[in-house]
Design a protein around this ligand. Sequence first.
Ligand code: GRG
Length: 303
Amino acid sequence: KLDIHHQETEFEFKEYMAVKAKRVHEALEEAVPLRHPLKIHESMRYSLLAGGKRVRPILCIAACELVGGDETVALPLACATEMIHTMSLIQDDLPCMDNDDLRRGKPTNHKAFGEDIAVLTGDALLSLAFEHIAARTINVPQDRVVRAMAELGSAVGSEGLVGGQIVDIASEGQCVDFSVLEYIHLHKTAKLLEASVVCGAIVGGGQVADVERLRKYARCIGLLFQVVDDILDVTKSTEELGKTAGKDLVSSKATYPKLMGLDKAREFAEELVEQAIDELKCFDAAKAAPLHCLADYIAHRKN
Ligand code: GRG
């Protein structure tokens, strides 16, 4: 019986994800029309519309809806989280950072447009994210909009994404312990996921206690996201290359499977998903279903 229920939930969830992702995609397309100067807008659209999973915007909308807000109220914020995420991927791929050639199955932004344009594209997307929230959010009290913008700003800055990235860079080639690894991932990955959920709940009209409960949920899934990413890096490269050890068990980068072993990393992921789902217990189960399924999805995703 449980299985059938699970399958039904999964089916509905896939549809939920597809509908929300489409809506976000359309809103992003509209937010960045092709206009003068053409090159920068082409570049912004190239990366923004490249077809990511849209996890952050969907989390933002789901949190808004859970506390009783309408999707339209969260849509500008949801778009902003994807603009910021895309900006961080462009920067992360640059030759001075990870120097990657491919992203979302396409040449990275700097490979397609050149390094100069890529840097400016990141700047433009980061700036547009905040402009878009301020200019496009409707039917939300202004103090809530300001609170959400402050939350998102701090998630990106020196105590957020940038903080995580800088500690990551400083740790390269070093012997990294568990607390440093956790700092990196709580900041590089979890902060933006956390802000996406928290901001959605704020503009949706959530009470402080509910917003803080959702923050705890989001922090768990943020860490979970990275633990799963690390596990996938090992298992994917093992499968693809037919190697006995995946690339991240042999590269110099610290990862959860490297620090705790693959089985323990899997156990840790299970603990995190349970903890996340536990934070949803005091909400109506039907209303919390999307966030519940999103946690499951992040735990069991294959890419
Ligand atoms: C310049 C303000 C500023 C910030 C940039 C480069 C940087 C600071 C931070 C790095 C952040 C980073 C790349 C974190 C990794 C996050 C992560 C797990 C990305 C993969 O996310 P998915 O799987 O990707 O959601 P898709 O493609 O599906 O959107």
